[in-house]
Design a protein around this ligand. Structure first.
Ligand SMILES: [Zn+2]
Length: 192
């Protein structure tokens, strides 16, 4: 990433909108933006599977859930953040699992790009599937989108929920159990 060039372009971009980048308040902003972008997008060329360790265990757990992995990303249509939590639930094949930090690292790598929530959900499911070859997997993402909330003046807190389901997790019995692990039963209401 050419930081100097990004700094110049940010200055031009702000000027074009109508901000005075020569003013005391904004003179350092383009440099700070360039630094921040370099930090946030530092992993875009890295393979999300890099450095991920798997373990062969004797565990007979049928469903493993990694709940509430925090993330932030940028909407590829408006370059504004969307952010929330990722839940990854899978059925290990032959006891093959991975550590919590591996999942955090996959989520971080795939989210710190220009993304769509639907695509991010699929990419996490595909990457974990490639690494662990689980019998089934379901990834659920709950997120708030600033491009929706800021532009349409919707009340803050509206969440978009997406899911990707593969393999055995498509079977209703597994899916129901996985969902009840993600969402505590007390909040599930059944029709009378
Ligand atoms: Zn958007």
């Amino acid at each position: 990433m050419n930081k100097k060039r990004i700094e110049e372009l940010t200055r031009e971009f702000l000027e074009e909108i109508g901000f005075d980048t020569k003013s005391e308040r904004l003179s350092k902003t383009p440099g700070k933006v360039a630094l921040m972008l370099e930090e946030i997008f530092s992993e875009i060329k890295k393979d999300p599977k890099e450095g991920i360790n798997v373990f062969k265990t004797e565990v007979k757990n049928e469903i493993v859930l990694l709940k509430n992995i925090p993330f932030f990303s940028f909407c590829e249509h408006h370059l504004l953040p969307f952010f929330g939590r990722v839940h990854i639930t899978y059925i290990p094949q032959n006891g093959i699992i991975s550590g919590f930090s591996s999942f955090v690292s996959i989520v971080k790598n795939l989210s710190r790009r220009l993304q769509l929530q639907e695509k991010l959900t699929d990419e996490i499911a595909d990457t974990v599937s490639e690494i662990l070859q689980p019998e089934g997997i379901m990834v659920v993402i709950e997120a708030r989108h600033l491009c929706v909330e800021m532009r349409n003046e919707r009340p803050g807190g509206t969440e978009v929920i997406t899911s990707s389901v593969r393999g055995k997790m498509k079977e209703p019995s597994y899916q129901e159990r996985a969902l009840s692990m993600i969402t505590p039963k007390k909040t599930i209401t059944k029709p009378q």
